[in-house]
Design a protein around this ligand. Structure first.
Ligand code: HEM
Length: 498
């Protein structure tokens, strides 16, 4: 632990609040796009096909990017205020570059109608596009800008940690596994963040490489790349991005939950080995997505399947056990922050379990590209990562001793939970009924019954999205009330362990 000057702490907090407020503005806007999509699928409004796919692309890319950005910002804040000094100028540079990237992407999708979906598989963006040709260029340039900003942030944070902990051996906790390295305690947040960021580097390099290839192609249409290679690269990047986001958000639960249970949560051998499994196997586990790509050998898919089980089960299980150990018979007061962390862990467990079912061959054959897929990733993002992010923001915005009093936040929270699970349930039921994903209109399915079921589920889903928005609104009021509370209240991070 380092002790920072109050002025420095304040500056770091301001940066984190800037990130937090940007998240709170962009998140509901992206939800609104989701609402429009469901309204269109439910035939409650007429949504042009071009608009649906532009919304879907911006929603998917925007949400994935937003969650990664805020997760990065949260670990940055906790590390910079507790463990090592970080350069604020680099922090603001990353922030503004990301905002520019988001603005460009919004322009390319909403104005230029770029609608190739969030993973824009090659050669879809270029093949008989219904969108303006310039929108491909602007969207690709914006994504490249985002990729460079993220990679810069990751490399800088790792560099700072390596300097503070004097090399990889200490940073990765080898002193626990052997007698190598300095005997310095390694806090779980540092260890897990490091593991995640190391794994993120190849993923982001590949992501930027894809964008460069797309950029060449957009300027030189006669170029042609190997579609199978690009398919692999895209899944490799997408899978790494979502996993790393999840792991970073778990990292701050390890740091913050103990402040409410008053129990220590230390790094030990079991924790180390479980997360090492993830570090080594996360990078090949993307191959689980290759099952339906018949051109790949089945063995590649099986390797991916095994890697997916071995890389996700150990860290998830050790985290869930850790949360139980923290809470069991503790005298915790159930304020909004621990509630968000507990239910976030439940969302992670549910989404994770369903994902593992999904990739299993027998299920994959039936559920592939049905609404089951959005169901599973909305489970662990909306009901997992988003809850962890809100928990962090409540922590960041709160004065001390202001944890249990807020009924409004808790009311909003339970409404959000009800709406969230209801919304996701409609996706699961869609999956059970073999309703395909990414269909703007269900008239195209060709089956009368399927059309009727899909439309009804979409309509019910609209109701749940409105419930989510109401819950979110109540939590927002509470959040901003905390933020603007009297200045004389001491803030939680003024180096006080709560
Ligand atoms: C209340 C919140 C949300 C609503 C209403 C919503 C709604 C939707 C809808 C209707 C779709 C299209 C599903 C289909 O027919 O295939 C979709 C897709 C998607 N959503 Fe969400 N979503 C929400 C939250 C999130 C969050 C938190 C994430 C975080 C990563 C996310 C990421 C995605 C992605 C990646 C896609 C797929 C886009 C594509 O295939 O190109 N969504 N969402």
């Amino acid at each position: 632990m380092i002790t920072q000057e109050p002025v420095q702490l304040k500056k770091e907090r301001n940066l984190a609040i800037t990130w937090g407020i940007s998240f709170l503005i962009l998140f509901p806007l992206l939800i609104f796009l989701g609402l429009l999509m469901r309204l269109g699928q439910g035939e409650l409004i007429k949504l042009l096909l071009a608009n649906f796919y532009a919304f879907m692309t911006l929603h998917g890319l925007g949400m994935a990017g937003l969650l990664f950005s805020i997760s990065f910002a949260a670990v940055w804040y906790l590390i910079s205020t507790r463990y090592t000094k970080l350069n604020l100028k680099v922090g603001y540079f990353i922030f503004f570059t990301i905002i520019i990237g988001f603005a460009g992407l919004t322009f390319g999708t909403l104005i230029g109608k770029f609608g190739a979906g969030w993973y824009m598989l090659y050669p879809l963006p270029f093949k008989d596009p219904t969108w303006f040709v310039w929108s491909i260029k602007i969207s690709i340039i914006s994504l490249t800008v985002l990729g460079i900003a993220w990679l810069t942030g990751i490399l800088y944070l790792l560099y700072a940690l390596l300097k503070e902990y004097k090399g990889f051996k200490n940073l990765l906790g080898w002193q626990f596994a052997s007698e190598i390295g300095e005997h310095k305690d390694i806090p779980p947040i540092i260890f897990i963040t490091s593991i995640s960021l190391i794994a993120a580097i190849p993923g982001f390099i590949v992501g930027i490489a894809i964008m460069c290839m797309y950029l060449f192609q957009s300027f030189e249409p006669v170029l042609s790349f190997n579609a199978v290679l690009l398919n692999n690269m895209t899944f490799f990047f997408g899978h790494t991005l979502s996993t790393v986001t999840l792991y970073c958000s778990i990292a701050w639960v390890y740091a913050l939950l103990p402040e409410f249970t008053m129990r220590v949560w230390k790094t030990n051998k079991a924790l180390l080995y479980c997360w090492y499994a993830s570090l080594f196997l996360m990078l090949i586990s993307y191959a689980q997505h290759l099952f339906m790509n018949f051109i790949h050998p089945l063995s590649a898919y099986h390797a991916g399947l095994l890697a997916a089980y071995l890389s996700t089960v150990p860290p998830t299980v050790i985290t869930i056990l850790g949360v139980f150990e923290q809470l069991y018979h503790s005298k915790i007061k159930w304020g909004i922050i621990p509630l968000l962390f507990l239910l976030g862990t439940a969302g992670l467990a549910i989404g994770g379990f369903v994902a593992l079912l999904n990739i299993y061959q027998a299920f994959n054959k039936i559920l592939h590209n049905t609404l089951w897929v959005p169901a599973h990733f909305h489970s662990y993002t909306l009901m997992g990562i988003v809850l962890f992010v809100l928990g962090f923001l409540f922590y960041l915005f709160s004065p001390i001793n202001y944890q249990q009093k807020d009924k409004l936040a808790k009311t909003g929270f339970w409404i959000f939970i009800a709406g969230g699970y209801g919304f996701i349930l409609m996706f699961y039921l869609g999956g059970f009924n073999s309703i395909p994903r990414s269909f703007a209109r269900y008239t195209g399915t060709g089956f009368k019954n399927m059309h009727a079921t899909a439309v009804s589920l979409s309509q019910i889903s609209v109701g749940f999205i409105i419930v989510i928005i109401i819950g979110l609104l109540l939590m927002y009021i509470s959040l901003f009330f905390r933020l603007f509370k009297k200045k004389d209240q001491q803030h939680l991070t003024d180096n006080t362990v709560y």
